[in-house]
Design a protein around this ligand. Structure first.
Ligand code: ADP
Ligand code: MG
Length: 386
């Protein structure tokens, strides 16, 4: 971590020729449980991970914004007057879109000084760990400080969501930004996506000698975006036919009626959301009463529900989950939007390398590309580092 902070500071000086005003960072995230519940006004339980995006930021007397990144070759320069969705494209739309979104919360873009940003990150891009939100949240926190906006972290999460929705054009919810901004070390964030109330839930992984292993299958299905939109549409239809404003308003008691009212596919989509919301609540209760070893079956059940009812898993994710469980994982499930991406397994620390080897072996046996497997540590959220 100290390394990428140093890297960001010295790259900033090389590129822009002066010392940055400060260094801020924000982490990527993993969702422990609660999948496709966010846009149904339901519950999620993500945590921030020990991979962060660092931004060195400086202001100076100028009328342009400039942004560079170790991830991109180009240095982007744009007049401050052009900081709006029409002019922001490519990767720089993420950091500079935040500046535009902040104008909706009191920033006066006609009055701010010239802005320079250099980005260095160890959050893998496109691996489902939310590198995009890590970048937005780091910039949002930095500009909130430098422009003295005094916004709280829940508002900064909204700023990041507005950036994704209105500048980048990605229909994301509020979970990832909230995890990046609000998380604490060795804890998960229990978030109610309707009220936006949240609670920090100790995970106790350290004390229990447990680790979370991520298995990044590297699979990215072309129909992922279409599939996501289709699932959202099914959920909306299910809610409408059941006479509620969102599936959040239904519980297991409503399942018999749902079975009568809905066609089979819509019923199974709805059943996933209803049972997944309950599993999040049960996971929080189990963590609080019995600790992390008690949540394995809930993780496994979540995976089965996504595989059979929501139908968003793929062969590689099923193989990763099955292999982890067969080799002693406490629980495992695919995580993220589905149709590819990563699975997570809760494992005893001493079993990590054995399970990694077993997964490599299983994928080789099925002639599938070997996944990238690595441990993530629940970590503190965004911060000013210098
Ligand atoms: P993820 O699941 O990692 O968030 P996205 O497709 O949502 O995947 O976001 C990835 C995009 O975010 C990249 O293509 C790039 O445009 C931008 N991005 C992420 N990290 C960086 C970085 N360190 N520097 C520049 N751009 C970045
Ligand atoms: Mg993203």
């Amino acid at each position: 971590m100290a390394d990428i902070r140093d890297e960001a500071a010295s790259a900033f000086e090389d590129v822009f020729g002066y010392t940055p005003n400060g260094i801020w960072s924000a982490p990527g995230r993993v969702n422990l449980i609660g999948e496709h519940t966010d846009y149904n006004d339901g519950f999620v339980l993500p945590f921030a991970i020990d991979r962060r995006t660092v931004v060195a930021v400086g202001t100076r007397d100028a009328s342009v914004a400039r942004v560079g990144s170790s991830y991109a070759d180009e240095l982007v320069e744009i007049p401050l007057a052009d900081l709006n969705p029409e002019h922001l494209t490519g990767w720089s739309a993420y950091p500079l879109g935040v500046a535009w979104a902040l104008a909706q919360f009191g920033a006066d873009l006609a009055a701010v000084p010239g802005l320079d940003i250099f980005v260095v990150s160890d959050v893998p891009v496109g691996a489902g760990l939310s590198s995009s939100h890590a970048l937005e949240c780091a910039v949002a926190l930095a500009l909130n400080d430098l422009w003295q906006l005094g916004l709280d972290r829940q508002t900064l999460a909204r700023v990041s969501q507005i950036t994704e929705n209105q500048v980048v054009g990605a229909p994301t919810g509020i979970m990832d930004q909230s995890a990046s901004l609000l998380s604490e070390k060795d804890c998960a964030l229990f978030l109610d996506c309707r009220s936006l109330d949240y609670r920090i839930i100790p995970l106790g992984l350290e004390a229990a000698d447990l680790a979370v292993l991520i298995i990044d299958t590297g699979v990215k299905h072309e129909h992922a975006n279409g599939g996501y939109a289709e699932r959202r549409a099914s959920c909306e239809l299910g809610a409408k036919l059941m006479g509620v404003s969102s599936l959040r308003d239904l519980t297991a008691h409503d399942l018999p009626r749902a079975r009568e009212v809905l066609d089979d596919v819509t019923f199974r989509r709805v059943r996933h959301v209803i049972t997944e919301n309950q599993r999040v609540l049960d996971t929080v209760a189990a963590l609080e009463s019995d600790g992390p070893r008690a949540i394995g079956e809930l993780l496994d059940a979540s995976h089965r529900s996504m595989r059979d009812d929501f139908e968003i898993s793929v062969r590689e994710l099923d193989l990763a989950v099955e292999t982890a469980i067969e080799n002693g994982a406490i629980g495992a499930r695919m995580t993220g939007g589905g149709f590819g991406g990563s699975a997570l397994a809760l494992v005893a620390r001493e079993d990590v390398s054995r399970i990694q080897v077993a997964i490599d072996g299983a994928f080789a046996e099925h002639a599938l590309g070997i996944p990238d497997t690595f441990v993530v540590v629940p970590s503190k959220g965004a911060a000013r580092d210098r």
